[in-house]
Design a protein. Structure first.
Length: 146
């Protein structure tokens, strides 16, 4: 009887952990969608909370921005007109305090008021749970055929 109770407790604990992980994965995906929304809107205040201070943001052309450069560029040098996800997956690490997001999306951007350019991108985001919220610490993307 004691062994049955131990087994049932173990199963219930496992189910609770799986539910907690699923909730955390959804929180990470929500943070990623919030990044896309704030980026398209050029919402510097929202990005200040979503982006870690030591962000490394590597564009598909190899150009790498810090948090300050990324946010400052949204005020005129670079405009994101659209970010639309085709896929979005997240995996948790470090006891649920780190996550890797892999995604594919359609982006539309312009540089310094120029024409809008479409890009089909595969990208990876690394998120860390710190300061009570999820913050993006790394972005890297590569171009896919349109």
């Amino acid at each position: 009887m004691m062994m049955l109770k131990t087994l049932l407790f173990g199963l219930l604990s496992s189910c609770a952990l799986l539910a907690a992980d699923a909730k955390t994965v959804e929180a990470v995906k929500s943070a990623d969608r919030a990044w896309a929304d704030a980026t398209v809107k050029g919402d510097a205040a929202a990005l200040q909370n979503l982006l870690a201070g030591d962000l490394t943001y590597t564009h598909s052309n190899g150009e790498t921005d810090t948090k300050k450069i990324y946010v400052d560029n949204l005020a005129g040098a670079r405009k994101y007109h659209r970010i639309e996800y085709e896929s979005l997956d997240a995996r948790l690490y470090a006891n649920g305090d780190a996550a890797v997001v892999t995604a594919v999306g359609r982006f539309e951007t312009s540089q310094k008021g120029g024409p809008v350019n479409a890009a089909h991108l595969r990208f990876i985001h690394v998120w860390i749970h710190q300061k009570g919220r999820w913050q993006l610490v790394a972005h890297q993307s590569l171009r896919l055929p349109n």
